[in-house]
Design a protein around this ligand. Structure first.
Ligand SMILES: *Cc1c(COP(=O)(O)O)cnc(C)c1O
Length: 382
């Protein structure tokens, strides 16, 4: 049996800085939502080029809050892609609105603007693009459609902290952009998220909806400024991030650029080393964009010796964890049954979902580990 340690898919770097920051927060008077969260919000807004950044307990919470704060509700339709994680569509459904899937493009795996335009009805309220795998969605085309039909744009940037589109940071473009700090994401606080916006009124609403509908947060109530009363003005949710989590995130923000460079090198090595195998490799990023290199996803072609699932089993036996991002949402039982979708309705998303596998891509991987992954793929597929 292989004596080498298992390569855990999506394993994050947790270094001495993160450990020291958690220790310091634990030793302070405050571990809940307080000064570290506020500091993370300020620094994240600077990074994203947005006026406001509001921390949340997850990107799922961020997406739900974005929908609620902008008044999306029953009777509304929100257009999104089936090539995403279920949280994207569930955030729409939780408001009582209807998720309207449109297909993605086969090469970029991001939402197809022509399909968005074709799906607009008088009930359409918003478009929810996903920066899939870290590749920016075609925001110029999406913005043009939104402007023409007066639609809201909410971006799912769970994969896209480092993304840029035509010289602009993702997070600065749309009314609302949602980020994830989940354990496998490019920046992680174990669980956590962020919403960016340039709209002061939306920022205020998100803050209140995200903390019980209360007009002042706990730090404002209990800090050394003295106790202050609050009013409950909405029936809100509890979606706040903790200082404990934020203190980890604060140590990672300055390292994201360095980590992205490492991700880019691993990506380039895969592209070169896997070119001869029966795999469809990811398209190069479009000019004028920064790809966040969150996932390296390949399609196992039909002429390969093994299926996608068999490939994953054999990689696992060699001590290498892989992932599937994603089986198309419209074929998952809930969406298929409740919303009546058929697999062939979105052929690109369906084909990707049946053939895709994600290889490990984190800055934590050593060169030797990357070569081990390549050698395993050569053995299985070559
Ligand atoms: C991870 C992810 C989410 C949800 O993020 P959480 O922080 O885990 O709630 C939403 N959308 C996409 C595309 C994701 O990958």
């Amino acid at each position: 049996m292989d004596q080498l340690p298992y390569i855990v898919f999506g394993s994050p770097i947790i270094d001495g800085d993160a450990r020291a920051a958690v220790d310091k927060t634990l030793s302070s008077a405050w571990i809940g939502t307080g000064p570290r969260v506020h500091e993370l919000e300020e620094k994240f807004a600077l990074l994203a080029g947005s006026r406001f950044a509001l921390a949340t307990s997850s990107c799922t919470a961020a997406l739900h809050l974005a929908m609620v704060a902008s008044g999306v509700g029953p009777g509304d339709e929100v257009i999104t892609t089936p090539m995403t994680f279920c949280a994207t569509a569930n955030a729409i459904i939780h408001t009582g609105a209807t998720p309207v899937f449109v297909d993605c493009q086969l090469d970029t795996m991001t939402i197809d603007p022509a399909a968005i335009a074709a799906a607009i009805t008088p009930r359409t309220r918003a478009i929810l693009p996903v920066h899939f795998a870290g590749r920016p969605a075609p925001m110029d085309a999406i913005e043009a459609i939104a402007r023409k039909h007066s639609l809201l744009v909410v971006e799912d940037a769970a994969h896209g902290i480092e993304c840029e589109f035509k010289g602009k940071k993702i997070g600065s473009l749309s009314p609302l952009t949602c980020f994830s700090f989940y354990a496998t994401k490019n920046m992680t606080t174990a669980e956590g998220g962020m919403i960016t916006t340039n709209d002061e009124e939306l920022a205020r609403k998100i803050k209140i909806w995200g903390l019980h509908g209360m007009s002042a947060d706990a730090w404002t109530r209990f800090s050394d400024q003295g106790y202050r009363h609050y009013d409950v003005i909405f029936p809100g949710f509890k979606y706040n991030l903790t200082d404990l989590a934020a203190s980890v995130g604060l140590t990672q923000l300055p390292k994201l650029g360095h980590w992205l460079a490492r991700r880019e090198r691993i990506w380039a090595r895969y592209q070169e080393a896997l070119a001869g195998l029966p795999l469809s490799l990811p398209a190069p990023p479009a000019a004028d964009t920064v790809h966040a290199r969150h996932l390296y996803t390949v399609l196992v072609r039909d002429d390969a010796r093994v299926s996608r699932d068999e490939l994953m089993t054999r990689m696992h036996r060699r001590g290498i964890g892989t992932g599937v991002h994603y089986r198309a949402l419209h074929v998952e039982p809930y969406y298929r049954e409740r919303w009546g979708f058929r697999p062939e309705q979105f052929p690109n998303a369906f084909a990707i979902g049946e053939h895709t596998v994600s290889l490990p891509l984190t800055p934590k991987l050593s060169d030797a580990e990357v070569e081990r992954i390549i050698a395993a793929l050569n053995e299985i597929l070559g």
